[in-house]
Design a protein around this ligand. Structure first.
Ligand code: KG4
Ligand code: ZN
Length: 348
C-alpha cells in the first residue's frame, strides 16, 4: 500500500491531495484563484505566485486532515515540476522539497500533463476499473491540446497536437471577443445553452498531420463575424471592447456555433485515431474535458468506451498529481532536492 501526498501549483489553483495506491482519493483540496484573476481577464502570473505562497500551507494541512493521515503515514511527496508558470511552480516545488526533507520522505517530480492523464485512474465512488493498454488520450487544457497513444504506465507516443492555440485558450479568447468574461470555457458553455449551434457555419481546419489540431482560424472567424455584425472595421474594433453591443441571442448563437465547431474537430480527430489504431479505450482529460458537449459528443461517436474524469478532476487538482506520482514512485523513481521546475516541460 502507498500513501502519496500530491502538491500542485502550476497555474492558478493551489492544490494538495492524499491518495492511497494511486487510485483511492482520501482528500482533494483546491484553493481556486479564479475570483482574484477575473478582474484581469486572465491569470496574472505574479499575483498567482503570491497567492500560492499564502494558500499552500493551509491547503496541505487541510489535505492531511481531511485524509485523516499524519506526515509519518506518508510514503512520498509528489509535486508538479512543469509545464506551467515558473513563479507558481516554484512555490509548490519548494514546499514539497521542504516537507520531504524535514520528514525524510522520498520526493517524486510529476509532469502536469501526465497528472491530467492520471485523473482518469482516480477511483470515484469506489468504481473505476483498471485500463487495458494501449489507450488513446486526448489532453485538452488551457495551455495544451495533445493526442497521445499511451502504451503503458509512463509510456507515451505523441500522435499530434495543436499547431497554434490550445482548445482552452480558444474558449478563453472567444469568450473575451463575445464580452463573456473569464474563464472562457464555463461561460461559453453556459451562453451556448440558449443558442443555435447551426446559426453560424465556422471553419473546420485541415492540417497536414491528420492528428493535429488548429483553432486560431476558428477564433479569427468568430472575431470577424462579431465585427461584421457590429458593423465595425478592424481598426475600430481594437479600440472598443468587442462583443459589448451584440444582442444576447446573437452571443448565444455565436457561442453555440463556436463550441460545436471546436468539439467536432476534437472528436473527429480522436475518433479517426481510435479507428486507425487498435486501442481499447479513449481517455479525455484537462480543463476542457469538463465541457458537457464534448463529453456527450465523444461518447456518442467513439467506437470504444470513453473515460472522462468527474468535473472536479478535469480542471487543475492535486489528486491527479498524487496518482501519477504513485506510478512513478512504485517504478522506483526518486527526485533529488536539486530538482528544478521546467516551465515548458514536454510529455514524451
Ligand atoms: O486544465 P486546466 O484547469 O488548466 C491548465 O492546465 O491549463 O484548464 C483550464 C482551461 C481553461 O481554458 C478553461 O476555459 C477550460 O479549461 N475549461 C473549459 C470548461 N471548464 C474549464 N472549457 C470548456 N468547457 C468547460 N466547461
Ligand atoms: Zn492543467
Amino acid at each position: 500500500m502507498t500513501l502519496i501526498l500530491g502538491v500542485e501549483t502550476s497555474c492558478d489553483e493551489t492544490a494538495a491531495a492524499v491518495l492511497r495506491d494511486g487510485r483511492v482519493m482520501l482528500s482533494n483540496v483546491v484553493a481556486s484563484q479564479i475570483e482574484l484573476h477575473r478582474q484581469y481577464g486572465g491569470v496574472f502570473p505574479e499575483m498567482a505566485s503570491r497567492q500560492h505562497v499564502l494558500a499552500i500551507m493551509p491547503v496541505v494541512r487541510q489535505a492531511l486532515d481531511d485524509a485523516g493521515v499524519d506526515w509519518d503515514d506518508l510514503d512520498a511527496v509528489a509535486v508538479t515540476r512543469g509545464p506551467g508558470l515558473a513563479g507558481s511552480l516554484l512555490v509548490g516545488m519548494n514546499v514539497a522539497k521542504g516537507t520531504a526533507w524535514a520528514r525524510d520522505l522520498p520526493l517524486v517530480g510529476v509532469n502536469h500533463l501526465e497528472g491530467h492523464i492520471y485523473s482518469n485512474w482516480v477511483e470515484v465512488e469506489g468504481n473505476n476499473p483498471d485500463k487495458d493498454f494501449p489507450v488513446l488520450v486526448l489532453i485538452v487544457s488551457g495551455g495544451h491540446t495533445e493526442l497521445i497513444l499511451m502504451t503503458g504506465h509512463g509510456r507515451y507516443r505523441r500522435l499530434g497536437g495543436t499547431i497554434d492555440d490550445a482548445a482552452g485558450e480558444a474558449f478563453d479568447k472567444v469568450a473575451r471577443v463575445l464580452g463573456l468574461g473569464y474563464p472562457g470555457g464555463p461561460v461559453i458553455q453556459n451562453a451556448a445553452q440558449s443558442g443555435d449551434e447551426r446559426a453560424f457555419r465556422f471553419p473546420r481546419a485541415r492540417t497536414k498531420n491528420p492528428y493535429d489540431f488548429s483553432f486560431s482560424g476558428l477564433k479569427t472567424a468568430v472575431l470577424r463575424e462579431v465585427q461584421r455584425i457590429e458593423g465595425r472595421d478592424s481598426s475600430a474594433s481594437r479600440k472598443l471592447t468587442p462583443g459589448e453591443n451584440l444582442p444576447p441571442q446573437t452571443v448565444a448563437d455565436l457561442a453555440a456555433s463556436f463550441q460545436r465547431a471546436l468539439v467536432d474537430a476534437l472528436v473527429e480527430k480522436t475518433v479517426r485515431a481510435a479507428e486507425e489504431i487498435g486501442i481499447s479505450e479513449i481517455c479525455v482529460c484537462g480543463g476542457v474535458s469538463a465541457n458537457a458537449v464534448l463529453r456527450q459528443t465523444m461518447r456518442e461517436r467513439a467506437p470504444v468506451p470513453v473515460s472522462v474524469p468527474p468535473i472536479y478532476l478535469c480542471t487543475d487538482n492535486a489528486a491527479m498529481i498524487a496518482a501519477a506520482g504513485h506510478y512513478r514512485f512504485v517504478a522506483g523513481e526518486r527526485a533529488g532536492l536539486d530538482m528544478d521546475v521546467i516551465p515548458n516541460l514536454r510529455l514524451a
